[in-house]
Design a protein around this ligand. Sequence first.
Ligand code: UD1
Ligand code: CA
Length: 468
Amino acid sequence: MNIMGIVLAAGQGKRMKSKLYKVLHKVCGKPMVGHVVTTLENINVTRSVVIVGHGADAVQSYLGDRVEYALQEQQLGTGHAVLQAKALLGSEEGLTIVICGDTPLVSEETLQGLIQLHQQKGAAGTILTADIDNPRGYGRIIRDTNGTVKRIVEEKDCNDTERLVREINTGTYCFDNKKLFEALSQVKNDNAQNEYYITDVIGILTSQNEIVEGYVMQDAAESIGVNDRLALSEAERLMRERINRKHMLDGVTIIDPAATYIEADVKIGADTVILPGTLIKGRTTIGEDCVIGPQTDITDSTIASGVTVKQSVVQEASVGNGTSIGPFAYLRPGADLGENVKIGDFVEIKNAKLGDEAKVSHLSYIGDAVIGRNVNFGCGAITVNYDGFNKQLTEVEDDAFVGSNVNLIAPVKIGKGAYVVAGSTITSNVDANDMAIARERQVNKAGYAEKLRNKFAAKKRASKQNRE
Ligand code: UD1
Ligand code: CA
């Protein structure tokens, strides 16, 4: 069966009160229209047409060539919007799913149920409906006494009886493609908003004695259409629950799902435990048997298996098997850690590769560096990568030891197995297996502490007398 998709995304979304076009507002890290297009892709549509208008450039640059586009220059209503796809899809045989770009929760399973009922009944059009307690703002499904769908009435056009109906139009439909476009050409704009409504297609089809069905979705929460920020936060919560539930069913332990924020495209392996207060975002992948959190924020990163990340921030970083991070570490873009690395508290790593078994246990900054296997960075040791003009490279070869509070002033290279004495400021390369010490020699003055104390006490007395 040839199934196509039409996504309505031309409206500005005035009720969002935003500079950002409505369908680009994110739900769990992904623009709403992205969720809708992904769902259509997952039911294997042959073609998808997104109707763009307000913010057309922004929507197109986000979706790219995943879909085709039709421009609706003026937003004259949802029916007018669908009509813009006629030039592209008008001559196709098959079924067309029409869906709004602001209903991100409609699931693949629900669309499959909708299509199945449509085909079973030989319908010309099938509406995805939901029974909800508070139908405010939605179009109402009007059925006759036999339960047959007759038409959809927008809330603004409802009479008092119609307004009481709790079965609503979710804005998603399955149509016979040819019949959809034939009926659309008859839609008028004589309603409260003077718009061409897609919902009128339903009344037109029933008046032509075509079969029209309503498919009531099982989980009404999926029906949410985001028109304002309140609905956006509601959609976010529902999507978050859905994402967390899926990870848990796939074997991930989430200690407190209400306090765990995992974005839509994140992948997590089985037996990983996510502790509360954790955000996992963007294109992040996490392996198996990890412990992530509490209070950890990971974005666009690749974390292998058996990794621990505690109270840390990780961005565009890559972390090898068995590595442990934090508490209170900051991995910035380009941090690339090998296996069984240890990154301790208050350590910042940026654009630096660290070999297996490397240890940076406390209070260090490593930027623009290549650090070998089994290197030890002592407490407070840092790379001095920036002179105010250029960023320079630091290299530390395998098995080298960098003592506490060492400054490695880049560009500089520490050879394999070399030993840099604590407190050194290193400006020249150190050869393999050499020891480097670069600090002022210490002088001890016998009994001088007592002398100093007497001197300071005398000064204090003198200044006090002066003031009196
Ligand atoms: C629409 C339905 C309503 C349904 C609700 C579900 C109509 C007339 N009403 O109402 O029955 O209960 O969705 O959420 O269809 N759009 C365009 N071009 C336009 C107008 C709208 O592309 O000219 C797009 C919008 O960007 C949006 C979608 O269509 O993504 C829905 O439009 P919106 O104004 O939000 O319709 P609702 O009032 O929510
Ligand atoms: Ca809407």
